[in-house]
Unconditional design. Structure first.
Length: 140
């Protein structure tokens, strides 16, 4: 290593238990379980097709996910994942669903997020990007 080059600081590796609980709740449409992964004062910033939005508080955030993904006739969590990325948690999920409120047929929605866990291994902050509900096409 060059003597003038400072060593690179390594970000602490986040624990992923909160991410697992969050994704388990989402898969089961169990929004109380999803809420257990959230710190009481969690803050969510989301970029949605309708523009940026923010929510604060575990109950408000769990309720938002219930509004997005609850009240469905069919619900399939097609993909999910969580991994540590330089001290943050990268989460992703793709849901296929049918819901009368969306119209006839199947819809797909994908969300990507970066989360920060607190000292209790709960999600204290979440930055989310959403595709919106996309009508599933027969050609894939």
């Amino acid at each position: 290593m060059d003597e003038q080059q400072a060593p690179t600081a390594v970000a602490p590796r986040p624990r992923l238990a909160a991410a697992a609980t969050f994704l388990e709740g989402l898969a089961a449409q169990d929004y109380a379980r999803l809420g257990e992964a959230l710190a009481p004062a969690v803050h969510v910033r989301a970029l949605l097709p309708g523009g940026p939005r923010e929510w604060t508080g575990a109950a408000a955030v769990a309720d938002r996910f219930a509004r997005w993904f609850g009240d469905t006739e069919q619900h399939e969590l097609k993909e999910r994942g969580a991994e540590a990325v330089h001290g943050r948690i990268h989460l992703r999920w793709r849901i296929r669903l049918q819901a009368e409120r969306l119209g006839a047929g199947w819809f797909v929605v994908e969300q990507l997020a970066y989360a920060d866990a607190d000292e209790n291994d709960q999600i204290a902050g979440l930055d989310l990007l959403c595709t919106g509900y996309l009508a599933e096409r027969r050609d894939g």
